[in-house]
Design a protein around this ligand. Structure first.
Ligand code: ADP
Ligand code: MG
Length: 195
């Protein structure tokens, strides 16, 4: 089973991807928890440096890197794990490219670039007001990256909503609830799908 977590920065998706991975493991399901951009890879490193303004890339260049990162991620990590019977949870995936990348780059071009990539069996899309996202990010004490501004987040959310209508198996999660409530809700949905 291939599961993706998506949503605005600060919506709590990384927190829940970790909780679900722990829970699957505790229930005897070997699980790969992974993320995009990937860690410890040359392309992932380039992407992070652009997001941190260490160097500047064209919008198209950045999106080509995200898609290249995804191609390698699928081939080297996701596909082998799924073939080996593991559950795979990815913290961000293709819909992040469309929602975030679609801000500056033609959405149809992005869809074309990504059209041969496997879609998740289920995507949890975290819905939270941009203002609340920003508050949570501020609480987290990390540096604001390129996309982490309220007005931008609102537009990115509009892209996500369009994606949720167009692509299959996207479950919108009310991310304003407590960490425990959301974790229960997600666990119930995954358990129904698995067992
Ligand atoms: P994302 O990966 O979507 O950017 P994170 O999981 O990193 O979000 O969470 C951002 C911050 O919000 C963290 O400080 C986290 O502890 C907090 N947080 C996550 N989920 C919730 C929640 N349901 N309610 C309140 N705070 C939360
Ligand atoms: Mg995150």
């Amino acid at each position: 089973m291939f599961i993706a977590f998506e949503g605005l920065d600060g919506s709590g998706s990384s927190t829940q991807s970790r909780l679900l991975a722990d829970r699957l493991e505790k229930n005897g399901m070997p699980t790969l928890l992974t993320k995009e951009p990937t860690s410890d890879t040359p392309i992932g490193k380039m992407i992070r440096e652009i997001l941190q303004h260490k160097w500047s890339a064209s919008p198209e260049g950045l999106q080509l890197l995200f898609s290249a990162d995804r191609a390698e991620h699928l081939k080297n990590e996701i596909e082998p794990a799924l073939e080996g019977g593991q559950a795979v949870i990815t913290d961000r995936y293709l819909f992040s490219t469309l929602a975030y990348g679609g801000m500056n780059v033609d959405m149809e071009w992005l869809k074309g670039l990504n059209k041969n990539f496997r879609l998740p069996d289920i995507t949890f899309l975290f819905k939270l007001d941009p203002e609340e996202c920003i508050e949570r990010i501020a609480g987290r004490g990390s540096h604001f990256e390129l996309f982490e501004r309220t007005d931008k987040l609102a537009k990115i959310w509009e892209n996500y909503e369009r994606i949720a209508e167009e692509f299959p198996n996207i479950q919108v999660i009310d991310a304003s609830k407590s960490i425990e409530e959301i974790s229960e809700e997600i666990w119930n949905l995954v358990r129904d799908a698995l067992y």
